[in-house]
Design a protein. Structure first.
Length: 245
């Protein structure tokens, strides 16, 4: 039920009042394992949390802790007992990626772990404190994105809406997320500015899951990532002036 995620009000006989009991969404990192096994109504309980950083229960709004991050896994929708995430839900995830099958080394590690399952699990300890993490997030706000690159990001997203295979293209929210994640990739590359390659490399993971294909394209087996790849090929990459960095 949605209240299992957001929390609910519980009546306390001692005080004669209702007391709010927070659900598991009140955490810094929320892992929604196999999210597409939850019915749509339960999935929608995360919409307000992911967009506004708050939840509303019985007309009362409760702020979520900061930072707040949602990570979700899902099974292929062809499997029984699964519900495909609605477009509004998918649009709130910044990145979508697929793990696929493990490599040869990964498969061997799975077998080794299974063989040693009686060994104690390794302990987990913090690697960063809250204040440092918040400071790291603020670094993105100082990453330079020149005007031509901003136009390039906008053109990529607009072009998805004109593709004949696409019923609903990248939303304004998707435009902002591509801008943000391009800056993040620049930081990981130890740069304080974004280059076209940052946008091109991250665009498939940041945009493909936001597309709604036409029924004809779905029947033909068109992949969302293939649409993004063709958009990247069709939109001219801006020429950047190295002297500006």
């Amino acid at each position: 039920m949605p209240s299992d995620v957001t929390g609910s009000y519980v009546f306390e006989e001692e005080t004669g009042e209702f007391h709010f009991t927070p659900g598991p969404v009140f955490a810094n990192v929320v892992l929604a394992d196999e999210i597409n096994r939850a019915p749509p109504k339960t999935q929608s309980a995360l919409l307000e949390a992911m967009e506004e950083g708050q939840v509303t229960v019985d007309g009362e709004t409760h702020d979520l802790p900061e930072p707040f991050v949602v990570i979700a896994t899902q099974n292929p929708v062809e499997q029984e007992g699964t519900f495909e995430l609605p477009e509004a839900q998918r649009d709130r995830f910044m990145i979508k990626t697929s793990l696929g099958y493990p490599t040869e080394e990964g498969t061997r590690e799975l077998i080794d772990r299974r063989a040693d399952r009686d060994r104690p699990d390794p302990t987990v300890s913090p690697v960063i404190d809250r204040e440092t993490l918040l400071e790291s997030q603020a670094v993105l706000e100082h990453i330079t994105v020149e005007g031509p690159l901003r136009d390039y990001i906008g053109e990529l997203c607009r072009t998805t809406r004109a593709d004949r295979r696409v019923d609903v293209g990248v939303s304004p929210r998707g435009v902002q997320r591509l801008f943000e994640v391009s800056r993040a990739r620049a930081v990981l590359s130890e740069r304080d500015y974004v280059v076209p390659d940052d946008v091109k490399q991250i665009a498939p993971s940041a945009l493909a899951h936001r597309l709604v294909l036409t029924p004809e394209a779905s029947v033909e087996g068109v992949r969302r990532r293939a649409v993004i790849d063709s958009v990247l090929d069709s939109v001219d990459v801006p020429a950047m002036d190295p002297s500006s960095y």
